[in-house]
Design a protein around this ligand. Sequence first.
Ligand code: PRP
Ligand code: ZN
Length: 285
Amino acid sequence: MEKIKIAIQKSGRLNDDSVDLLKQCGMSFSAMGNKLIATVSNFPMEILFLRDDDIPQYVQDGVADIGILGENVLIETEKQVEISERLGFGKCRLSIAVPRGIEFTGVKFLEGKKIATSYPKLLTQYLTKHSVKATIEEISGSVEIAPSIGLADAVCDIVSSGSTLLTNGLKEVEKIFDSEAVLIKGQNLSAAKLETLEKLLFRIRAVNTAKKCKYVLLNIPTNKIDEVKTILPGMKSPTILPLAMPGWSSLHSVISEDDFWSVIDQLKSIGAQGILIVPIEKMVI
Ligand code: PRP
Ligand code: ZN
């Protein structure tokens, strides 16, 4: 396996989750202080800590082989790289926001207005689609203060929790784009590097699949087992073990996070007891 270089965000919204994901994949490294490069001691990988906006360029140019960044940044920069995996964290949206006191009457409100943004391409596409002519004020940071200093009438920026808008007296009025963290790769990786990437992706998928599922252990009257099987139809056959108490069995299975509560309610209603729910660390299917 050849060593690959992965670029992740140095600081900002995605940094912690990117580091956590790599650690959950078993990578041993220290991401301390102001270091820009970390070597993974137990996997052929080097980690570069970069500004997220620069990651697509570095991956396109082969300075890094792969990278983790927000899809919003990827689409805006229009570089020649490919998405290998959607990662499910860093969910946010690119939205238009206006000062809270403004009565927003719809997208036509933006006609002739000034909009501050770090995402001129995505914003232009959106305005063109709605046949709105507005002036785009491109700024690279602290977009949210533009209306209060008189630089713009509206902003087009990333909203995650919404607290940045709130503290700057703005309200979200139109969503342009949904985003999450993605893993990208360059277009000219060698076969040996692709092999290393596959190993990494295998681990990422095991970690992310496990996050969507819970392990369930419960006790159930043995004569109810057929009913349990209809409540858990999607699962491969659950494990059933007899309990010391006659007429009762212990059942082990995996439930998806999505229908977790409704399944638990149904299991309770047919007499399940002693239900234990355990998080799963890795899941290989
Ligand atoms: C975005 C945006 C806000 C913040 C919004 O920045 O510019 O500053 O996130 O998050 P909130 O709704 O939870 O308050 P981003 O993380 O994309 O950082 P960057 O533009 O500095 O890279
Ligand atoms: Zn950025």
